[in-house]
Each structure stands twice: as structure tokens, then as C-alpha cells.
Design a protein around this ligand. Sequence first.
Ligand code: NAX
Ligand code: ADP
Ligand code: K
Length: 506
Amino acid sequence: MVEARAEFGIGTRVLSVSAVGRLDAAAIADGVPGIALMEAAGAAVAERAQVLAQKGGHVLVLCGPGNNGGDGFVAARLLAGKDYPVSLVLLGERGTLKGDAALAAAQWAGPVLAALPGDLDDVSLVIDALFGAGLSRDLDGAALAMVESVRSARLPVLAVDVPSGVDGDSGAVRGAAFEAVETITFVALKPAHLLEPGRSLCGQVHVAQIGAGEAAIAAGLAASMPPLHHNGPDLWREDFPRLTRASHKYTRGHAVIVSGPATKTGAARLAARAALRIGAGLVTLTSPAAALAENAAHLTAIMLRRCEEPDDLDDLLTDERLNVVLLGPGLGVGEPTRDRVAVAASAGRRLVLDADALTSFAGGARHLAGLIAEGGGEAVLTPHAGEFARLFDDTKVMQAGSKVERARAAAALTGAVMVFKGSDTVVAHPDGRAAINDHGTPYLGTAGSGDVLGGLIAGLLAQGMPAFEAACAAVWLHGDAGLRHGPGLIAEDIPELMPTVLRSLT
Ligand SMILES: NC(=O)C1=CN([C@@H]2O[C@H](COP(=O)(O)OP(=O)(O)OC[C@H]3O[C@@H](n4cnc5c(N)ncnc54)[C@H](O)[C@@H]3O)[C@@H](O)[C@H]2O)[C@@H](O)CC1
Ligand SMILES: Nc1ncnc2c1ncn2[C@@H]1O[C@H](COP(=O)(O)OP(=O)(O)O)[C@@H](O)[C@H]1O
Ligand SMILES: [K+]
């Protein structure tokens, strides 16, 4: 799990690699010497190393040719000063080190090895200071060999900034990468600390402040636009629905969930239950005639309404109080589903489209975008990776790069808030704002879990929460329920955990 931070206005912000470069440059321009930043970074690394290495254990520091290596030289010196036996390996020639890294290396009085020691048996901790923000190509040669040796020796690794080989912006592995037990990064999280596979390779992530100063941090934040956030309550608490003494069920919104045919109704009921539990005042499930008995047998507080044809949905939506429509779970793939989406969109309702409502537009993302734009209502789309690929395969979205960039491109194309699901769910707004969620558990990967998430989003939209914030909140609360429950979780459990989850929301 990644620590929350609130220092210096960074709040929930995640910074791109280039923005951190700007931030460092601004700090130096403001009069903080680069070597002072590096000394602080190295000190933070040495502090964590003392926690992770056995007391007095042998620490192996792997230094690269840039400033990441410079941090390694500082950490090595400080650990040796605390009587840890330290071996330092430098990738490349000492004479070619430049700037702050050269200054840091000059302070290191111990030997500099050109390759890993043959015997790694007594190594208690490896500090990976090969490459950080400056990784510019796939690992090969000596760097690749070091990663392979350390991995096969199963040594614990403390990574400096990011595990070497992980791309800081995308979280992708370039050739090979260390797998760290802990990663210490500086000033703010980078996307790779939250996006897979980077996130899993980082282990526990710590963010250290290194004295960059508020003005430099402001410059870094300005350089990382549109903003990317680490999802958490600080991002959406202010917009979360609040009850007043005057609240009543009609002020809490009325969500419509469209059920599939007989024997395919469970998904819609899961969504409906979630919408009610998260606080929608009323929830109506629309059902084809042949599935009415099946639905009725399982519903009590949730209302049931017969809707056979798309026109029946149109009639229902003449009641303006029905302010949100969720379509997709169990609905079936094809024209009837596309027609229902068109009806709900043209009625101007806030929409949540999931599952079959997305697959029904496979290869037709622009058609869907047109429907959403026509109605003028906000929409939230919740694809998992398979649905995302089906929807955007024939568009430039798939070439957009990282998961964040793909989600942003998909949101811009469709004009909808995108909830690109997975263990690193990304929520993106058409204006480019985005958030990555790491608050969850693999136990959420269970049949119907996504249907519940759709219902939670619909329930928050019904209560008037802005779409981006509603999506972020629902994803986090869904994850929180999963974490609270853990082993044995089934989708039905998630709505039932909402009272506990919501009560603890401060
Ligand atoms: N003032 C600053 O800029 C600060 C930087 N800090 C550290 O500096 C790091 C960034 O430093 P740099 O920008 O020098 O970049 P790095 O040290 O991450 O890497 C750049 C160097 O590695 C080489 N390189 C890149 N990919 C390679 C590959 N696959 N195989 C072989 N060589 C490769 C490059 O040619 C260059 O020499 C951060 O990650 C952080 O650890 C910290 O010291 C804090 C202050
Ligand atoms: N390994 C994981 N870690 C965290 N969350 C996960 C993981 N696997 C799945 N999830 C979450 O579980 C939900 C699954 O949704 P989906 O794939 O649509 O399932 P279904 O179609 O069965 O409802 C999504 O919210 C997803 O983000
Ligand atoms: K590193």
C-alpha cells in the first residue's frame, strides 16, 4: 500500500517524471544546491536501509551513471558511517560521473567495484540506485545481469526513486526490473508507483521530502497538468453527499437500473442494491415481462417496473425525478441494448454504462460518443481491460501510452468519465483530470463485483455528486469494502459492507 501525504500542497497529486525534473531545477534556481537535495535523498534512503537491513548487516549499493547513482553514493557513505559493512558497485566509470553525482562520489572513501561480488550469500540488503527518472532505454548488458543476479539470489531490495527498469511515467518494465520490498521516492508519487506492473515491483512506497521548498513544489505541480491524483477521500470528500434535516428520499435521487432477461437478472439486482446502500433515495429496476417474477422474488425496498421495449423506458423517463440510468449488467449484447442506451441518453439522464452496454458498441466508440453528446447528460463508462479494448480497438486511444493516457484519450473521445478498471483502476475526465486507485484487493476480482461498482456510481450520481468525484469515490469505497472483508468475499457482500465503510468515512 502507498502512504498518504499532504505536505506542501501536494495533497493527492501524482507528478510526472518531467515535472519532478522541473521541480528539482526550480529548487536549484531558488538557491537550494542540487547536492543538498541529493544529500537529503541519500539520507532518507540510508534511514530506510537501517530499518530493512539486519543490524550491522552487509549492504550492497548498486550505483548507476546519473543522479540516481549519486543518491546511492550518499546512502553508502552514511551507512558506512553507522558501521554497516557496505559494498558499492558502479555501473560505468567513476571518471565519467558528472555534476552532483560526481560530488557525491567524491565523498565516498570506500572501494568502488566494477561488478557484483561473486558471493552474495552474506548480503542483507541491496540498494538499487542504478536508474530512476533518467531511464531512457531497455536494460541490457551489465545492468540487466545485475537485475538477474539479484533476483535469482532472492535478496531484499530497497529501490531509490523507482525500481531500476521501471518506467516512471507508465509503470512499464523496460527489459527487466528489480522487484523491491520497498521504494523510497522524493517529493511526490510518480505514476509508476501506482500503475501496474510498476506498483507491484515497488513494494511498500515511501515519499521523502528533500527540502525542495514550496515555490519549487508549486512549479512542479504546475508542470504536471492536467492533474493526476492518487485516489482517496481527500480528493472527493467535499463533494460527497451530505444529508440535512430537510433531506428526504426525493432529494436523494432516483436511480433506474435496467435488468436483463430471465436468468440474467442477478447483475442488475446487485447494482440496484449497491445504489440503494450508497444512499440513493429510490431505486427502480426495470425488467422485461418474462423476468418480472424472478426479479420480484428477490426485491423488497427496490421498486420494480415492467419495461419491455425501449419505448417503455422512454415513457418511464418522462418522470423527471428519475435522474440516473445504469445500463449494461446482464443486458445482452446487440441492437436492443444500443437502443436502450440511445433512449436514456436522449432523455438527458446521467448515465452509467457497464458490461454489455459497452460491448454493444464494440468498434463504435464514436457512435456512442454521439449519443452521449446529443443528450447532454453526463456519462460514466466502466470498462475492464477487455471491454476497453473492444470499445476502442479501432481508435487512436489504444496507442496513447500508459493506462492513464489511454483512459484520458478514451474520456476525451467519448465525452464521458472513464473508469478503466483493474487492480490499478484509472478514473479520467474528458478535460484530462485523472486519478489512480490502489485502494483495493484481488478479492474484488469476483463475479458481479463490477456490477456493484456500477451501482455505487449510479447511487452517488443520483445524489447529485459530480461525475468524476462520484466515480473516484465509488471506486475507493468499493475497494475499502473489499479490504475490510478479505477472503471469502462475494459480490453480495460489497453493498452490505457500505454502512460500515460509510460510517468510517471522516
Ligand atoms: N537534483 C536532482 O535532479 C535530484 C535527483 N535525484 C535523483 O536523480 C535521479 C534522476 O537522475 P538522472 O536524471 O541523472 O537520471 P538517472 O540517474 O535515473 O539515469 C540517467 C543515467 O542513466 C543512463 N541510462 C539511462 N537508461 C539506461 C539504461 N537502460 N542502460 C544504461 N544506462 C542508462 C543515462 O545515460 C544517464 O547517464 C532521480 O531518480 C533521483 O533518484 C535526487 O538526488 C534528488 C535531486
Ligand atoms: N486484483 C485486483 N485488485 C483490486 N481490484 C480488483 C482486482 N481484480 C478486480 N478488481 C476490481 O473488481 C471489479 C471487477 O469488475 P468486472 O471485471 O467488471 O467484474 P464483473 O463483470 O464480474 O462484475 C472492478 O472494480 C476491478 O477494479
Ligand atoms: K532505482
